[in-house]
Design a protein around this ligand. Structure first.
Ligand code: IYR
Length: 229
């Protein structure tokens, strides 16, 4: 995408500025708060299919995130193939069994108790889509030479936030899943060593009987997360 000769600085007027009065801005901020307050991490998915264009549009939205030096050090692998989802489930569960069997350590397992998670991950097959997010530790110019990426975890984290918000806005649920280690995903999805798998997002509609753990509804109040100076 980048070639060495398309990099000089050129300043453009903001192409699509959003103009809002303070009142309109407050209303928009509150509407978005209400929308995002309805986002829940769920573990029980419906097998109801989700059209590919919704996934593509949500990933395109993630690709609008800011990033270090605008290098956009992310890659999204969207998996709907049932055989590939089964393989990912099997390999993820093999890692999770070690984790829940004590590999995580007592403190971590205790912290997870209120969430009710365990090594069984049927959603990796039931959810119609798995989006595997990769961080690109380095990039390559069109001529194949490498360049360094900057603030990679931060950039990929921001893009993932955009993605989760975009999926939620489309009425879909997403579950972040982080088997450890995740190197098996490079092989399963044929991604280069320069890419580090960051997480799997299971994506789809929540099942009719999906639940959320009660503790997940306890959110820190604003005065615990914000101080105005
Ligand atoms: N990766 C495991 C464990 C897990 C860890 C955290 I931190 C969570 O918030 C939830 C789960 C799993 O997916 O079950």
């Amino acid at each position: 995408m980048f070639s060495k000769d398309n990099l000089p600085h050129e300043a453009l007027p903001i192409p699509d500025r959003i103009e809002r009065s303070d009142d309109e801005a407050l209303e928009a901020a509150r509407d978005f708060f209400d929308l995002m307050s309805k986002r829940h991490t769920i573990r029980d998915f419906s097998p109801r299919p989700v059209p590919r264009d919704i996934i593509e549009t949500a990933v395109a939205t993630a690709g609008r995130a800011p990033s270090g030096a605008n290098h956009q050090p992310w890659f999204f692998a969207a998996v709907q193939d049932p055989a590939l989802k089964s393989r990912i489930r099997a390999e993820a569960e093999a890692e999770e069994e070690k984790f829940y069997d004590g590999g995580a350590g007592d403190e971590w397992l205790k912290a997870l108790e209120p969430l009710g998670t365990d090594a069984s991950k049927p959603h990796l097959e039931i959810a119609p889509w798995l989006i595997v997010i990769f961080a690109q530790r380095w990039g390559a110019f069109d001529d194949g030479t490498r360049f360094k990426n900057y603030y990679v975890p931060e950039s990929v984290g921001i893009a993932t936030g955009f993605l989760i918000a975009a999926l939620h806005n489309a009425g879909l649920s997403a579950l972040t899943h982080t088997p450890n280690p995740m190197k098996f995903l490079n092989k399963a999805l044929n991604r280069p060593d320069s890419e580090k798998p960051v997480m799997i997002l299971a994506v789809g509609h929540a099942a009719e009987d999906a639940t959320v753990p009660a503790v997940a509804k306890i959110k820190k109040p604003l005065d615990e997360i914000l101080k105005v100076y």
